[in-house]
Ligand binder design. Structure first.
Ligand code: PNS
Length: 157
């Protein structure tokens, strides 16, 4: 079974990596799909985000990294995947995630969203938190993979 793990990944964090590493144990293949949203300003380009994810998932055989535009369910249909994988960190995530899962199901009844509870130590972690810490010169090496930390430090230096 193929699962799509869609997201912005701007940039990928250890929280995302945790979901990917656990997802590959449950599914035959996990496609990490980077949303290319022209309306949203991102820190890293789509190409850079893909490169960052490829680099830190290189140790996993059954991971593919790709990008998409438009609706996630249309991308999932195109990739013949019926499962969307998402992480849940805290209760406040649940409301947004449930709404998204219901929206996706209303668009395509064939899709299922599978939630994994993010490992407790990363429950506070988000790409935005990482960017904010880095912007003010704080340590981020415990929050993102080494290659990503380098890119972020280079950006803010
Ligand atoms: O990492 P994020 O920003 O929380 O990921 C959100 C994402 C990319 C999964 C969501 O915004 C999405 O699926 N966008 C594509 C547009 C879409 O399909 N919208 C309908 C479902 S809400």
């Amino acid at each position: 079974m193929v699962a799509i793990y869609p997201g912005s990944f701007d940039p990928i964090t250890y929280g995302h990596l945790d979901i990917i590493e656990r997802g590959v144990k449950l599914f035959d293949r996990v496609i990490v799909a980077v949303l290319c949203n022209p309306n949203k300003q991102s820190l890293f380009s789509q190409e850079k985000r893909i490169e960052q994810i490829r680099h830190c998932t290189a140790h996993l055989d059954n991971v593919e990294v790709d990008s998409f535009t438009g609706l996630t369910v249309e991308y999932a249909k195109q990739r013949k995947a019926r499962v969307l994988l998402r992480g849940l960190r805290v209760l406040s995530d649940f409301e947004k995630e449930l709404q998204m899962a219901h929206t996706n199901q209303s668009l395509w009844s064939g899709v299922e969203t599978v939630f994994l509870a993010t490992t407790k130590e990363y429950s506070f972690l988000s790409s935005s938190v990482v960017k904010e810490i880095a912007q003010f010169g704080g340590a981020i090496s415990h929050l993102v993979p080494e290659n990503v930390a380098k890119d972020i430090l280079m950006h803010y230096s």
